[in-house]
Ligand binder design. Structure first.
Ligand code: GLN
Length: 479
């Protein structure tokens, strides 16, 4: 029986097994089949994955070296990442059956290192949501408890790793969409620094926030995936030119850190009492391990959700204007008297789901001439203050810790009728995207209700090495 613990151990298995990739692909295909009801995959590339596996097995047998760093690693992609000649729909009717005409840079990089792409994961439509209930292709279920959400928007990618349907997966994180489902599913979810990974080939939601992120079963795998997919890209001017360290070989778990936590975050009335207590207890454990952990006042906490929703919806209203029924995607059936405007209206009303429509309208409103200064400009000003405050904090501290989400995974349907309640649950995750810093959800805890939850760790820009090293240490401490 094939079983997976880490990429390193898997690659040793491959060196000892001629048919190793084939064995692994067959294993994952059967797990995917057995877990169909979770709805994590919109499409499975069974034949292609088997063909890729056969090629890789042959490459090893022929003694072709070097093997790619992700040789045989089985990866799934959120349905917002372009894979040439494969469908990408942002889980929306408006892009249903649309075929990618090019590879996202991350896909090029994965394939260049011998990864096997096994399928396309369900998500919230255009990555807007926190529960994966906004997909045009049905909700995704949490494998721990199928009556509960897996989180969102990258719910399918999280469940794919959680339920052992692939080794790692890529999602996107605009306001928590990798960290929040990782928290709900009990796995590692990393959102790197804005600009660490090229966004070329990622369907845009809010361009100044979006970043591709990684789901993994452990920190080492996340570190390895990051070092492969990060880096400068001529196709994305916001991708940073900073050198990409070899994260996977440079992780150190014996360093001592100066860690801050926000007083307001832990005393927030919306925070589950048991989550707060577990984190407080863990702070003591960190101190005992030789780290300095101190409270910091952060009075801006209550502003970050409104600021996030003003700015991201503004950017979304602009980004999503390209889906107009003309250039690509769904076009509504028209009557003889329908004019161009009617064609736009019908196509967009029928093609986009309710949440996406709500955000396009909200974003259009905050950008409208009469309200621009009151909402958009004001929110940009707060974003600036947040950035400055963060810079000051990182002058004194190496890392910040806080909960990833105020509660454990909620029931399917529990929050879907109240968008505000759903938005407020993003209180801890949107901060990292507003200021562009890297953040991770580390699966450290189990609630008395039986569900897992994580601790969020944040570091300064491009400090993923510290982020991953500290996270690794935290997991060791919990063992
Ligand atoms: N839950 C947040 C939202 O609905 C985050 C989405 C994301 O990161 N893509 O906007």
């Amino acid at each position: 029986m094939f079983s997976f613990t880490s990429i390193e151990i898997y690659q040793q298995f491959l060196l000892a097994n001629q048919d190793g990739c084939k064995i692994a692909v067959n294993h994952y295909l059967s797990v995917i089949e057995a877990n169909k009801q979770l709805n994590a995959f919109l499409e499975v590339y069974a034949q292609e994955a088997l063909a890729q596996a056969a090629d890789l097995d042959a490459k090893r047998a022929a003694g072709n070296r070097p093997l790619g760093k992700l040789h045989g690693v089985i990866v799934a992609l959120k349905d917002v990442i372009c894979y040439k000649d494969h469908k990408v729909s942002a889980s929306s009717h408006i892009l249903e059956n649309y075929l990618s005409i090019y590879n996202a840079t991350v896909v090029e990089k994965l394939l260049a290192e011998d990864a096997i792409i096994i399928g396309r994961n369900n998500c919230d439509e255009f990555a807007m949501g926190s529960s994966n209930e906004n997909s045009a292709f049905g909700a995704v279920k949490n494998a721990f408890d199928e009556t509960r959400v897996p989180g969102g928007s990258s719910g399918g990618s999280a469940v794919a790793v959680q339920a052992g349907m692939c080794m790692i997966s890529l999602g996107s994180d605009t306001g928590g969409s990798v960290r929040q489902p990782a928290d709900f599913c009990g796995i590692v979810g990393l959102k790197p620094t804005y600009g660490r990974i090229s966004r070329y080939g990622l369907i845009a939601y809010a361009s100044s926030f979006d970043q591709i992120g990684i789901f993994a079963a452990n920190i080492d795998d996340a570190a390895l995936a990051l070092e492969i997919i990060a880096g400068n890209d001529a196709y994305d001017s916001t991708a940073s030119q900073q050198i990409v360290p070899n994260y996977s070989t440079q992780l150190q778990s014996n360093k001592k850190y100066k860690i801050a936590y926000f007083t307001e975050a832990l005393s927030n009335p919306a925070l589950d009492k048991e989550i707060a207590a577990s984190i407080r207890l863990f702070i003591e454990q960190l101190k005992a391990d030789g780290h300095e952990v101190e409270p910091v006042t952060f009075e801006l906490l209550n502003y970050i959700v409104p600021v996030y929703y003003v700015l991201t919806t503004a950017e979304a209203s602009s980004n999503l204007s390209r889906f107009d029924g003309v250039k690509y995607g769904y076009r509504a059936p028209l009557t003889a008297t329908d004019d161009l405007t009617e064609m736009y209206k019908k196509s967009r009303s029928q093609g986009f789901g309710k949440e996406v429509q709500r955000r396009i309208m909200l974003g259009t409103f905050v950008l409208s001439a009469g309200y621009y200064d009151a909402y958009f400009t004001k929110a940009q000003q707060v974003r600036r203050i947040l950035s400055d405050t963060t810079t000051t904090i990182f002058k004194q501290f190496d890392a910040i810790i806080m909960p990833t989400v105020p509660t454990t995974a909620f029931k399917i349907g529990e929050k879907s009728t109240d968008p505000i309640e759903m938005f407020l649950a993003d209180i801890y995750t949107v901060f990292a995207n507003l200021v562009g810093i890297p953040a991770i959800s580390v699966p450290l805890f189990k609630h008395s209700n039986g569900l897992p939850f994580g601790l969020q760790v944040l570091c300064s820009h491009f400090n993923e090495l510290s982020l991953l090293s500290l996270s690794k240490r935290m997991l060791e401490l919990k063992k």
